[in-house]
Write a protein that binds this ligand. Structure first.
Ligand code: SF4
Length: 66
């Protein structure tokens, strides 16, 4: 299953991801974005769309194989 992850070393906290996809991302205590856990398949797809709206490329696709 594909999942996205925010690299907080790159994120500038612009809010585009959690503004547009609040089901998928949230603001962390440090003002930076964090991906939410346990997304539905539909939400996971939205989270992947957010990769394209991040101005600094902080949202990255993660491929997990168990
Ligand atoms: S869109 Fe990118 S830079 Fe903006 S808050 Fe989300 S991860 Fe951070």
């Amino acid at each position: 299953m594909n999942k996205v992850k925010v690299d907080q070393n790159i994120c500038i906290g612009c809010g585009a991801c959690f503004g547009s996809y609040p089901d998928c991302f949230e603001m962390d205590d440090n003002g930076l974005a964090k991906e939410k856990e346990n997304l539905t398949e539909e939400q996971a797809q939205e989270a992947e769309e957010a990769i394209d709206i991040c101005p600094v490329g902080a949202i990255q696709e993660e491929t997990e194989k168990d």
